[in-house]
Write a protein that binds this ligand. Structure first.
Ligand SMILES: [Zn+2]
Ligand SMILES: [Zn+2]
Length: 305
């Protein structure tokens, strides 16, 4: 079952050579999500052959242009490509007015319903769930209202031991309940404990997206032990003062959050265009949190336990 993140852009504020603006495409089992949508997002999606038509939820972290100015192109292209399914867009307040304002001034009307959901910046809100995935908001600290997102797989059922099905003549109709934790009474009246019948379930995976933000310890509880964390690292630590003023993090700070939250793996991104070579940021982060990689445009990352 797939859990894959494709990064569409890793540049902060302005595009820089092969680093484009913020956007990520997330594929979890049967669900497809778009996270942030900077200018150029639809070009990346097209180039990589991603299934944007399957996206029914878009998550926008905040209303700075490098995170949402690509929406107009994505939405109108969806319409031209024949979309009729409703789309829900989660973001801090104000996005609906922005998108509807552009639609109005361009005499455009979307042929498919778009539902806007304004999210407060408290964090910890359940924004969306289906049978496989839950999505929660994460508080972030930036110059304008900003939220992050955590995508969590729902717990998997226990694994049935095939040998026990035969041993106790377990009927097919009883297996679903056993996988959910039930014991089984055999045809001769013996109670067989669930423990004897099952093996532990597959571990659920999770991904957290935290961009843009200053160093913020209160987000740690929301992203505790996630399988993969994407955290912005706009600057190196010599620029910590500038990062604080502009509402951004250094690579050292991103790694500190990863280490304190005990995440499994960290991807840093949202790099300032002042960095031609990103190795300074990677080395700085790895000193604090070894399992760090640089976010790379157009790369796909498999999310493991
Ligand atoms: Zn940004
Ligand atoms: Zn921003």
């Amino acid at each position: 079952m797939k859990f894959e993140l494709t990064i569409l852009g890793t540049s902060a504020a302005v595009p820089y050579h092969d680093r484009w603006l913020a956007g990520q495409f997330l594929h979890i089992q049967d669900s497809y999500f778009l996270i942030d949508c900077g200018e150029g997002t639809q070009f990346r999606i097209k180039e990589l052959g991603l299934k944007i038509s399957k996206v029914n939820q878009i998550f926008i972290s905040h209303l700075h242009g490098d995170h949402c100015f690509g929406l107009f192109g994505v939405l109108t292209s969806m319409a031209i490509n024949g979309r009729t399914n409703a789309l829900t867009i989660f973001s801090p307040a104000g996005l609906q007015e922005m998108v509807e304002g552009v639609f109005k001034s361009t005499y455009y009307q979307s042929p498919f319903p778009i539902h806007f959901f304004a999210v407060d910046t408290e964090g910890g809100r359940l924004l969306f769930e289906n049978q496989q995935v839950s999505v929660f908001s994460v508080p972030l600290a930036h110059r304008i209202p900003t939220i992050g997102f955590v995508f969590k797989e729902k717990p998997f059922p226990l694994n049935m031991r095939p040998d026990k099905i035969e041993e106790f003549s377990i009927p097919f109709t009883a297996i679903k309940n056993i996988k959910l934790g039930a014991d089984f009474t055999s045809p001769d009246g013996r109670l067989i404990s669930n423990k004897e019948l099952t093996l532990p379930p597959k571990k659920a995976r999770s991904f957290a997206y935290c961009s843009d933000t200053s160093y913020l310890e209160s987000l740690i509880t929301h992203i505790k032990a996630v399988s993969l964390l994407y955290h912005e690292a706009t600057f190196d630590h010599k620029m910590a003062d500038h990062a604080a003023v502009t509402g951004h993090s250094t690579a050292h700070q991103a790694a500190t959050i990863a280490q304190k939250a005990k995440v499994k793996k960290l991807i840093i991104g949202h790099f300032s265009s002042r960095y031609t070579n990103l190795s300074i940021l990677l080395e700085e982060a790895k000193e604090v949190f070894e399992n760090t990689v640089l976010g790379v445009d157009k790369e796909t990352y498999v999310v493991d336990i």
